[in-house]
Design a binder for this molecule. Structure first.
Ligand SMILES: [Zn+2]
Length: 367
């Protein structure tokens, strides 16, 4: 994987902001101990901690580290046991706190940007970011605020390989075309067209959006359409079939059909316009265009593309960065602390579904 390292002169405004936040964070949390004291307070204030033996919730700290003593049964445990922070190294605890601080502010940054302003390496940084995203995915709001979107709707953002990508294939190969269950049948209208000279009757399905245009067409227009739809042909052949009419008349009518979008033309060759044939749409093809734009530019600009495997996690990160109303101060930290442990193997084995979940809140327009 190519690693675009930035020269110091190219440090983005975004990174300057992260550097500033780091400075004030380091002032607040001067040591691992102070970070742990803060987390312990949060865990007890929010009544997240429970004794593994008697399930009571009153403790005292035994040392300056993580050991706590249950006041009911006298059992000792670590205050991170059973929480999101279980099995994290003490130094990482502080980095998680910093990561959550940045996310809560709605800052947009990649794993490499985060690692440059923390003590963790890139791979750990990526893992931490994904673990937080994993918790955000579990925090999606009620169903009526969610929208299902087929992954092919964001295929522009898929540019990185994962362990799931088939050998020698593009990362997009992980995506499958929508199955019938993942598509919405088109809204159609049926029109019967009679060919006057022969009395033949044809029946065609059209997308409902063409209803108005179809209503304005004459019988002759439709007859010309039926002729082309049955057998794509050259303009000259079409005129020959309507030999009783002036070719100029046929030309005008044919042009009308072209304008309306029923007929397409390549040079003089005429055929039924693909847009006039109803097609099933993938689930989520009607996603708010601003929201789609916002998701795509977030993924491409901040992360330079992602893998299909992790796409749901990045969509969750987009949500937290953009929905400042929902993600008020302290909310993410609470969700993270209240979350059961998310292990490295949870993250490695995580595979985004083909139909992704997006929080369907109005996105601000992207320039
Ligand atoms: Zn106990």
């Amino acid at each position: 994987m190519k690693n675009k390292s930035k020269k110091p002169s190219e440090i983005s405004d975004n990174e300057k902001l992260i550097a500033l936040r780091r400075k004030s964070f380091d002032k607040t949390f001067v040591s691992i101990e102070s970070g742990e004291a803060y987390l312990y307070k949060m865990l007890t204030d929010k009544q997240i901690l429970r004794c593994l033996n008697c399930f009571k919730q009153t403790f005292v700290r035994c040392d300056n580290k993580r050991k706590i003593l249950c006041l009911s049964c006298g059992r000792k445990q670590s205050f991170t046991t059973g929480t999101f922070l279980e099995d994290t190294r003490r130094a990482s605890t502080l980095e998680y706190l910093f990561l959550v601080t940045l996310l809560e502010e709605g800052l947009q940054f990649s794993a490499s940007e985060f690692s440059r302003h923390s003590t963790v390496a890139y791979s750990t940084s990526l893992n931490m970011l994904k673990k937080c995203a994993f918790v955000i995915v579990q925090s999606f709001p009620s169903e009526d605020e969610l929208k299902l979107v087929h992954c092919t709707e964001i295929e522009k953002a898929i540019a990185r390989r994962s362990s799931e990508t088939p050998a020698r294939a593009h990362p997009k190969a992980e995506q499958q075309e929508p199955s019938p269950e993942e598509t919405i049948p088109p809204k159609t209208i049926t029109k019967q067209i009679t060919i006057e000279s022969t009395g033949e009757v044809f029946s065609y399905e059209f997308p409902e959006i063409l209803e108005k245009e179809l209503a304005e067409l004459t019988t002759q227009h439709l007859e010309i359409f039926a002729t082309i739809a049955e057998n794509p042909c050259y303009f000259d052949d079409l005129c020959a079939r309507f030999k009783d009419e002036w070719s100029m008349d046929v030309a005008i009518k044919q042009s009308t059909l072209e304008v309306v979008g029923l007929v397409a033309r390549r040079l003089d060759y005429l055929y039924r316009h693909p847009n006039s044939i109803p097609k099933a749409k993938a689930i989520g093809a009607d996603l708010d265009p601003n929201l789609r734009k916002s998701i795509l530019s977030f993924i491409l600009e901040v992360f330079g593309g992602i893998s299909q495997k992790a796409s749901q996690l990045y969509i969750a990160l987009h949500w937290i960065c953009n929905d400042r109303e929902y993600w008020s101060q302290g909310k993410l930290l609470h969700k993270i602390l209240a979350s059961p442990p998310v292990t490295d193997s949870d993250i490695r084995s995580y595979v985004s579904p083909q139909v992704l979940t997006v929080v369907n809140r109005k996105a601000s327009a992207v320039a």
